[in-house]
Design a protein around this ligand. Structure first.
Ligand code: ACM
Length: 512
């Protein structure tokens, strides 16, 4: 595939056509016209970006941004982007001046920059949001000088409906303000699922009404004795709302039946001894477990999954299921089955790490692949039997892996992951024998054993998050490493301007 010259948009759009050499020059205070109230969020973001003002109607002759949503602005019609959302009922957009049909899908958008302004069309607020993100990458200018946009036509839609980032807020607590930064960064890369790994051996980070001791006893610290914390119901609701405003769905994970020392520390009844375990702030894995035979276990699973589901407007709840060592397979299957049943009873769909594929699964269950050294046969069989696979291969998408040996942050048990490793892989053929239609999407993950600050976190995310985002968004015939490394080079200056810490991979000639 030839290199792209011209505007550097990441992830690469389905179609980007340069229409002329004459850029569109933005006047100060340019109108952002958004007649539909449901377009308001995207319009406000765009207005902030270009120093414009949001209006419901256009002045007759002035150049403007015009944001168009088809249909009425009721919430039924325009929920926050949700990978579970059906797309059958979506209206077809009329063709614009450009004569380019909008591609299928709730998140598709079309944007046309021409002499009279910029026309943006989409079916949903999420689609408009993606258009604004593209516009942000197309804008060039200097402070004090005029901002310009190249005259382009962009027609775009994602390849996968699930484009996620998982963040471990258990090993090190991540404050709401820092998660807000990460949410905006996700939107900058057109990601749409924020998976929060809320519990582990070290801590339980979400306050649930049925089990107040979880955060009272088990959230005060992080790995190594670093400061801890937890999310109140209000904190969580604010996070969910901020994410929804960016077109991102939150998927909460309560990790069971292993990785549960924080729960056993809070509630002694969950251990065979009847006594609370000690707090654990190390980084070993695999040593803690629930016990199916204990009377308290079933009630615990039902209560915590009911509570977290009730706080979560999205369609999915993650039950964990990983790295349970030394448990008989029938006990493991029973505990996974109880957790999954509790999630389904609360009206949600079940997500679990790949190990759950060894248990009987309901069709539609989402199996999250992570350990590339495991025998893939159970995941392939699960996919063939109706499960959906979410791909997070550790040697590609675990963004807490060191970039290279000796890198000061991160771990290396899944390998060293440079930018190209995160980019150069193909979801459809990753698991030989898996039906391509069983692949639901791609998710990056960042585990926080060694990551203590927002700077640590973004240094591991950037630039690799851009690579994973393009794997998830762009069709295989639009993806090429040489082309990507040219486009991603332009993002460094943007991360600098946003005062984000990032890793200047030597694989890219950064523009800074
Ligand atoms: C995992 O990395 N234990 C899911």
């Amino acid at each position: 595939m030839p290199h792209v010259t011209g505007p550097a948009v990441v992830p690469r759009p389905l179609r980007l056509q340069q229409l002329s050499d004459q850029p569109f020059v933005l006047v100060p205070g340019i109108a952002v016209v958004a007649p539909d109230p449901a377009a308001r969020e995207a319009a406000e973001r765009l207005a902030t970006l270009v120093g414009g003002s949001v209006r419901a109607t256009a002045a007759p002759d002035a150049a403007a941004f015009r944001l168009r949503l088809l249909g009425p602005a009721d919430d039924e019609r325009y929920p926050p982007t949700d990978p579970a959302g059906g797309e059958e009922a979506l209206p077809t957009l009329p063709t614009g001046e450009s004569d380019e049909e909008l591609p299928a899908g709730a998140e598709a958008y079309r944007l046309h920059v021409h002499a009279d302004g910029v026309d943006v069309d989409a079916r949903t607020p999420a689609g408009l949001g993606h258009a604004v993100t593209t516009l942000a990458q197309l804008l060039t200018g200097t402070s004090g000088g005029a901002w310009t946009l190249p005259a382009v036509l962009v027609v775009d839609a994602p390849r996968f409906t699930w484009r996620g980032l998982s963040i471990d807020v258990a090993r090190h607590f991540v404050r709401v303000a820092d998660l807000d930064v990460v949410i905006d960064l996700m939107a900058d890369h057109k990601l749409n699922v924020l998976h929060l790994h809320l519990t582990d051996d070290q801590a339980w980070r979400i306050d649930l009404p049925s089990r107040p001791e979880l955060v009272r006893r088990s959230s005060g610290a992080s790995v190594g004795g670093d400061p801890g914390g937890h999310y109140t119901a209000e904190d969580y609701a604010r996070l969910v709302a901020h994410a929804a405003a960016r077109g991102i769905v939150v998927v909460p994970e309560l990790d069971v039946p292993g990785h549960v020392n924080a729960a056993l520390h809070a509630y002694g009844e969950l251990s065979p001894s009847g006594r609370p375990t000690d707090e654990y702030l190390g980084i070993d894995v695999g040593f803690s477990r629930l016990t199916a035979a204990l009377p308290a276990t079933d009630a615990f699973l039902h209560d915590v999954f009911r509570d977290v589901a009730a706080m979560t407007p999205g369609s999915y709840v993650h039950i964990g299921g990983d790295e349970v060592q030394g448990m008989a397979s029938d006990e493991y299957a029973a505990l996974v089955g109880t957790a999954a049943a509790a999630v389904r009873a609360a009206g949600k769909q079940v997500v679990g790490w790949q190990e759950i594929a060894t248990t009987p699964l309901e069709p539609g269950t989402v199996v999250q692949y992570w350990d590339v050294h495991a025998d893939p046969a159970p995941f392939v069989a699960a996919g063939a039997a109706g499960a959906r696979l979410l791909l997070s291969p550790g040697d590609r998408t675990y963004l807490d892996m060191k970039y290279h040996p000796g890198y000061p942050l991160g771990l290396e048990w899944a390998g060293h992951v440079e930018l190209r490793d995160s980019y150069d892989w193909e979801p459809a053929t990753l698991l030989p024998g898996l039906p391509a239609e069983a692949v639901l999407g791609v998710e990056a993950a960042v585990w926080t054993e060694t990551l203590r600050t927002l700077d640590d976190l973004t240094t591991m995310l950037l630039p690799r998050l851009a690579a994973v985002a393009e794997v998830a968004w762009s069709a295989p015939d639009r993806r090429d490493w040489e082309d990507f490394r040219t486009r991603v080079a332009a993002l460094g200056a943007r991360w600098d301007a946003a005062e984000l810490s990032w890793y200047p991979s030597p694989q890219v000639d950064w523009q800074r």
